[in-house]
Write a protein that binds this ligand. Structure first.
Ligand code: RAM
Length: 331
């Protein structure tokens, strides 16, 4: 064999080795959350663990900052790049601030998806929404309106002011208000940063500033608990209804004590499971993220990507006195 032919054969062989190595090793996938210590993300991680087990070749890393900020998440992403993970699945504290770090990850061959709270399209390969954004926007207003036949003042207690998901839901909520809920008067939107103490202060501030407030809508599992606790502590049960997106296991006591009539949420376990499924299948090149593609999310079903490579998992469930007990045992 000529030296050139030998070199070519060797090169082809090494290329094959590299490709095979990617499949022989475990696929290292980091589930990056807005902040650690949030029960919603712990539930998502349960689903992520389930997917990792089912897929069989996944090494799962559950990580995130202690505070829900984009700056802190950038540090986490940079550490994951240095660690040479194969995929990052992130719930972002800011749609744009994370883009440069995530672009760097993709340039190094790391698969990047966002889930729950999205990253701008240039910073990820796809985004998995829990549910349709407009549906959630309308749901959070309806949850308040259903118990306010006469209408009245309501306020929103959100997560971080930069959170992609909450901002999208609030925008969608504001759009349906005038036409579908003309008697509901949104007086303020405040931000508790998915931090219990800050959310508590913001809820107290709302009650002080708006003495006629009839409902606090918190589209965050952290904020909704803080608001319901404040309403309970200030003896306002029956006067101010707390609603929004809540994790049944954390929120049951406020349905039980009447601080809330009803809340909603999708299944966070399924969401974490689906995120890992998608990240895995893109990382091993089983699937490709492109508009119109229908991708498997294992036992949860399939999702179809829209023209921004985004998809929605499933509609939210509503929880009230009739069913919160049952769901509180699951998540
Ligand atoms: C909080 C987080 C999360 C959101 C839920 C509803 O846990 O802000 O991103 O999806 O609430």
């Amino acid at each position: 064999m000529s030296i050139w032919k030998k070199l070519l054969v060797t090169a082809a062989f090494s290329a094959a080795m590299v490709v095979n190595a990617a499949y022989a090793d475990n696929v290292k996938i980091a589930l990056v959350v807005k902040s650690l210590g949030n029960g919603f993300f712990d539930a998502a991680n349960k689903g992520a663990e389930e997917a990792a087990k089912e897929l069989g070749d996944v090494e799962l890393i559950y990580t995130g900052p202690t505070k829900a900020t984009a700056e802190a998440q950038i540090e986490v992403v940079n550490a994951l790049i240095a660690q040479k993970v194969n995929a990052i699945a992130i719930s972002a504290n800011d749609a744009d601030a994370l883009v440069p770090a995530l672009k760097k990850a993709m340039e190094r061959g790391i698969t990047v998806i966002s889930w729950d709270s999205g990253v701008a399209p240039e910073g990820r390969q796809l985004h998995l929404n829990p549910s349709d954004t407009n549906l959630i926007g309308e749901t959070i207003i309806k949850l308040a309106a259903d118990y306010l036949p006469e209408g009245g003042d309501v306020a929103i207690l959100s997560a971080a002011s930069t959170a992609t998901n909450q901002n999208a839901w609030i925008d969608a909520a504001k759009k349906v208000l005038p036409e579908k809920f003309p008697k509901i008067n949104l007086v303020a939107t405040v931000y508790g940063d998915d931090d219990s103490a800050k959310s508590t202060d913001e809820a107290k501030g709302l009650l002080k500033s708006y003495p006629n407030l009839k409902a606090i809508i918190a589209p965050t599992t952290v904020g909704v608990v803080a608001a319901a606790q404040v309403v309970t502590d200030e003896g306002l049960i029956g006067k101010v209804n707390v609603t929004g997106l809540a994790l049944p296991s954390e929120f049951k006591k406020f349905i039980d004590n009447g601080a809330s009539q009803a809340v909603a949420l999708w299944n966070p376990i399924d969401l974490g499971y689906s995120a890992i499924y998608l990240a895995h299948d893109l990382a091993v090149k089983k699937e490709e993220a492109k508009p119109g593609a229908t991708l498997s999310i294992g036992r949860v079903g399939t999702v179809t990507l829209d023209d921004t490579n985004s998809a929605a998992m499933a509609p939210p469930f509503q929880f009230d006195k009739s069913n919160i007990e049952e769901f509180s045992k699951i998540y």
